[in-house]
Design a protein around this ligand. Structure first.
Ligand SMILES: Nc1ncnc2c1ncn2[C@@H]1O[C@H](COP(=O)(O)OP(=O)(O)OP(=O)(O)O)[C@@H](O)[C@H]1O
Ligand SMILES: [Mg+2]
Length: 374
């Protein structure tokens, strides 16, 4: 039998600017999904400035993600705590531990792998403010990334930097094992000036002459990196000009399509309920926010179904297993790859391992790693 793990869908909420409403939206999405019958885990990856536990009304000491990063607990499941909402668990980020705020890349991958294998249909990641590599990487590794912003110039520009940064990190991570392209990307990003920045179009142009076989990979990255956009505290019934500009900017400057999945109303009373946000959603003043969050969930889930589950991961390999599959790719005769290239499939291992394995199986290549032992 194929190693088909029932991996949960990971949705992350980021936005660049501080205080734009990431944490409240994360809780709202979690509450809506849990009440709709899904099992959901909220993960506070605002490492160093976590507050989901407070917003969820959890008092006293909760074990946190730092315990996992520092190797004090073997699994995320052991630090999963219940919340007042049935079916909604929390992985808290509560404790500030200096050594745990900036995990190494392998640890980020491990964390994502463990999040994916939690017994949950959905894992919602609340990200911190800013464009730190950590934040951008967690965003890029998620199945759905939501960018939330206020319709204000500062917040919109921060959201743009966030999206651009997340795309850059995604590409950098995918190509880091390809010495030539990695160096090309590195050199380009060192060039100053806001116009002469790295874009997918630029990368495609460069690859046309050097590695044309990798061009479909770039197209795929552009197609699959479609952040969802949410406007918080939006004026009713109109798409703000700044929002339209952001969508145009992303499409024209970096080749990325934003999916505007909804707006959230300005409900000033939220600030009186920050010690128990789920209870706020049950009050009549919380109804409009809750309904808007429901609309966002519907749009995200429907969008994913329309994709034919394109973003769902079936295979989840550890770093060691991935390396082993890459070795296997290396050892194969070029003829196996017919008109495509071995190099492209190798890079794809860092992007879509399931497709590589699917391809190999379709070419008659089998390996114990692709199958469960049971
Ligand atoms: N839709 C809204 N209407 C009114 N106030 C809101 C709304 N959303 C958020 N707020 C207010 O904004 C503040 C910040 O919200 P939240 O903590 O969710 O932001 P954040 O982006 O997670 O912040 P940080 O970057 O610090 O993590 C809250 O105190 C809340 O009162
Ligand atoms: Mg927050």
């Amino acid at each position: 039998m194929i190693n088909r793990q029932t991996a949960g869908t990971i949705i992350s909420v980021g936005g660049g600017k501080g205080g734009v409403g990431k944490s409240i939206l994360s809780i709202a999405l979690g509450t809506v999904l849990a009440r709709g019958g899904s099992s959901v885990v909220l993960a506070d990856l605002d490492l160093g400035a976590a507050n989901l536990h407070t917003y969820l009304g959890i008092r006293g000491h909760t074990p946190g993600i730092a315990d996992f990063i520092l190797g004090k607990v073997p699994s995320l499941e052991s630090i999963l705590v219940e919340t007042s909402v049935p079916n909604l668990g929390l992985i808290s980020g509560a404790e500030f531990v200096p050594g745990a705020t900036n995990p190494a890349h392998w640890m980020k991958l491990k964390l994502m792998r463990h999040l994916r294998s939690l017994p949950a249909d959905y894992v919602i990641i609340d990200l911190g403010a800013g464009v730190q590599f950590n934040t951008l990487d967690f965003f890029g590794m998620s199945d759905h990334g939501i960018v939330i912003t206020a319709p204000e110039p500062g917040a919109v520009m921060n959201a743009y930097s966030f999206i651009k940064g997340a795309l850059y990190r995604k590409i950098q991570n995918i190509f880091k094992h390809h010495a030539e392209i990695a160096a090309l990307i590195e050199a380009e990003t060192r060039i100053g000036g806001s116009e002469k920045r790295f874009t997918l179009e630029w990368l495609s142009e460069r690859l046309k002459s050097t590695s044309p076989d990798l061009l479909p990979l770039i197209d795929e990255i552009a197609r699959s990196f479609t952040p969802a956009l949410v406007i918080n505290r939006a004026p009713e019934g109109q798409t703000h000009l700044l929002v339209k500009n952001l969508i145009t900017l992303c499409s024209e400057k970096i080749g990325i399509t934003l999916d505007h999945v909804g707006d959230l109303p300005d409900v000033r009373e939220i600030s009186n309920h920050l010690l128990n946000v789920p209870r706020f959603f049950d009050l009549s003043i919380g109804e409009s926010y809750h309904a808007a969050a429901q609309g966002i969930v519907n749009r995200l889930i429907k969008g994913a179904a329309k994709d034919g589950g394109r973003k769902a991961r079936i295979f989840d390999f550890s770093d060691e297993e991935r390396d082993e599959i890459i070795l296997l790719l290396d050892s194969l005769d070029e003829r196996v790859f017919s008109k495509t290239s071995k190099k492209a499939w190798k890079l794809r291992m860092f992007f879509k391992p399931s497709e590589v394995v699917g391809y190999l199986i379709s070419r008659g290549i089998t390996h114990p790693l692709f199958y469960t032992s049971a």
